[in-house]
Write a protein that binds this ligand. Structure first.
Ligand code: SF4
Ligand code: SF4
Length: 123
Protein backbone atom coordinates (compact mmCIF):
# COMPACT_ATOMS: atom_id res chain seq x y z
CA UNK A 1 0.00 0.00 0.00
CA UNK A 2 1.79 3.15 -1.17
CA UNK A 3 2.32 6.39 0.69
CA UNK A 4 0.32 9.39 -0.54
CA UNK A 5 1.20 13.10 -0.78
CA UNK A 6 -1.73 15.35 0.05
CA UNK A 7 -2.62 19.04 -0.05
CA UNK A 8 -0.24 20.57 2.54
CA UNK A 9 2.36 20.08 -0.19
CA UNK A 10 0.50 22.66 -2.28
CA UNK A 11 2.26 25.90 -1.52
CA UNK A 12 5.16 24.13 0.21
CA UNK A 13 6.78 21.77 -2.34
CA UNK A 14 10.23 21.96 -0.77
CA UNK A 15 11.29 18.49 -2.01
CA UNK A 16 12.60 17.44 1.41
CA UNK A 17 10.93 14.07 0.89
CA UNK A 18 12.75 13.54 -2.41
CA UNK A 19 16.10 13.77 -0.65
CA UNK A 20 15.33 10.92 1.75
CA UNK A 21 13.45 8.52 -0.53
CA UNK A 22 15.71 5.48 -1.12
CA UNK A 23 14.04 4.44 -4.37
CA UNK A 24 13.54 7.83 -6.09
CA UNK A 25 9.79 7.35 -6.42
CA UNK A 26 8.79 10.95 -5.56
CA UNK A 27 8.53 13.30 -8.54
CA UNK A 28 8.98 15.74 -10.10
CA UNK A 29 12.44 16.30 -8.60
CA UNK A 30 13.90 19.79 -8.66
CA UNK A 31 16.08 18.77 -11.61
CA UNK A 32 13.09 17.64 -13.68
CA UNK A 33 11.35 20.11 -16.02
CA UNK A 34 7.88 19.58 -14.53
CA UNK A 35 9.02 20.73 -11.08
CA UNK A 36 8.53 24.44 -11.75
CA UNK A 37 4.87 24.14 -12.72
CA UNK A 38 3.83 21.21 -10.52
CA UNK A 39 1.32 22.12 -7.83
CA UNK A 40 2.56 19.34 -5.59
CA UNK A 41 4.85 16.34 -5.71
CA UNK A 42 3.57 12.82 -6.35
CA UNK A 43 4.54 9.36 -5.12
CA UNK A 44 4.58 6.56 -7.69
CA UNK A 45 2.33 3.95 -6.08
CA UNK A 46 4.05 0.94 -7.58
CA UNK A 47 7.61 2.07 -6.88
CA UNK A 48 7.07 3.14 -3.26
CA UNK A 49 8.45 0.47 -0.91
CA UNK A 50 6.60 1.76 2.18
CA UNK A 51 9.81 2.55 4.06
CA UNK A 52 8.32 5.60 5.80
CA UNK A 53 11.40 7.81 5.47
CA UNK A 54 9.47 10.62 3.78
CA UNK A 55 6.93 11.14 6.57
CA UNK A 56 9.20 12.73 9.21
CA UNK A 57 11.06 14.64 6.48
CA UNK A 58 7.92 16.52 5.42
CA UNK A 59 7.66 19.83 7.31
CA UNK A 60 3.89 20.06 6.82
CA UNK A 61 2.72 16.46 7.46
CA UNK A 62 1.49 16.10 3.89
CA UNK A 63 2.28 12.39 3.55
CA UNK A 64 -0.02 9.58 4.68
CA UNK A 65 1.22 6.02 5.01
CA UNK A 66 -1.45 4.38 2.86
CA UNK A 67 -4.47 5.06 0.71
CA UNK A 68 -6.68 3.72 3.49
CA UNK A 69 -5.31 6.16 6.06
CA UNK A 70 -5.65 9.16 3.74
CA UNK A 71 -8.67 11.32 4.64
CA UNK A 72 -11.65 11.24 2.30
CA UNK A 73 -11.20 14.93 1.49
CA UNK A 74 -7.94 13.99 -0.26
CA UNK A 75 -9.44 11.51 -2.75
CA UNK A 76 -8.46 13.59 -5.79
CA UNK A 77 -4.88 13.70 -4.54
CA UNK A 78 -4.84 9.91 -4.15
CA UNK A 79 -5.84 9.65 -7.80
CA UNK A 80 -3.30 12.28 -8.86
CA UNK A 81 -0.46 10.41 -7.12
CA UNK A 82 -1.55 7.25 -8.93
CA UNK A 83 -1.77 8.86 -12.38
CA UNK A 84 1.39 10.96 -12.65
CA UNK A 85 4.42 9.51 -14.40
CA UNK A 86 7.57 11.65 -14.60
CA UNK A 87 8.30 12.96 -18.07
CA UNK A 88 4.84 12.06 -19.38
CA UNK A 89 3.05 15.26 -20.32
CA UNK A 90 -0.40 13.70 -20.55
CA UNK A 91 -0.30 12.10 -17.11
CA UNK A 92 1.14 15.31 -15.68
CA UNK A 93 -1.75 17.30 -17.13
CA UNK A 94 -4.26 14.79 -15.76
CA UNK A 95 -2.70 14.84 -12.30
CA UNK A 96 -2.56 18.63 -12.23
CA UNK A 97 -6.21 18.82 -13.35
CA UNK A 98 -7.14 16.63 -10.39
CA UNK A 99 -5.19 18.89 -8.06
CA UNK A 100 -6.93 21.93 -9.54
CA UNK A 101 -10.32 20.30 -8.98
CA UNK A 102 -9.32 19.56 -5.40
CA UNK A 103 -8.30 23.19 -4.83
CA UNK A 104 -11.62 24.41 -6.23
CA UNK A 105 -13.62 21.89 -4.20
CA UNK A 106 -11.90 22.63 -0.89
CA UNK A 107 -11.50 26.37 -0.34
CA UNK A 108 -11.82 25.70 3.39
CA UNK A 109 -8.54 23.76 3.28
CA UNK A 110 -6.77 26.12 0.90
CA UNK A 111 -7.58 29.00 3.24
CA UNK A 112 -5.54 27.27 5.95
CA UNK A 113 -1.77 27.75 6.10
CA UNK A 114 -0.06 24.63 4.64
CA UNK A 115 1.57 23.92 7.99
CA UNK A 116 -1.87 23.66 9.62
CA UNK A 117 -3.70 21.99 6.75
CA UNK A 118 -3.13 18.37 7.77
CA UNK A 119 -4.73 19.09 11.12
CA UNK A 120 -7.75 20.44 9.26
CA UNK A 121 -8.16 17.19 7.31
CA UNK A 122 -9.82 15.57 10.28
CA UNK A 123 -12.42 18.30 10.71
S1 SF4 B 1 7.59 5.55 1.94
FE1 SF4 B 1 9.77 5.38 1.40
S2 SF4 B 1 9.75 4.60 -0.71
FE2 SF4 B 1 7.69 5.40 -0.31
S3 SF4 B 1 7.76 7.52 -1.03
FE3 SF4 B 1 8.26 7.55 1.15
S4 SF4 B 1 10.51 7.50 1.23
FE4 SF4 B 1 9.89 6.84 -0.84
S1 SF4 C 1 8.44 17.12 2.01
FE1 SF4 C 1 6.19 17.40 2.12
S2 SF4 C 1 5.83 19.52 1.41
FE2 SF4 C 1 7.92 18.96 0.85
S3 SF4 C 1 7.72 18.26 -1.28
FE3 SF4 C 1 7.60 16.45 0.05
S4 SF4 C 1 5.39 16.15 0.43
FE4 SF4 C 1 5.66 18.21 -0.40
Amino acid sequence: MPFVITDPCIGTKDAACVDVCPVDCIHPRKDEPEFETASTLYIHPEECIDCGACVPACPVAAIYDSVDSTPASQQALIEANAIYRPGDAESFAQAEALVKSHIEAHPELMDVDPAERAAAHAE
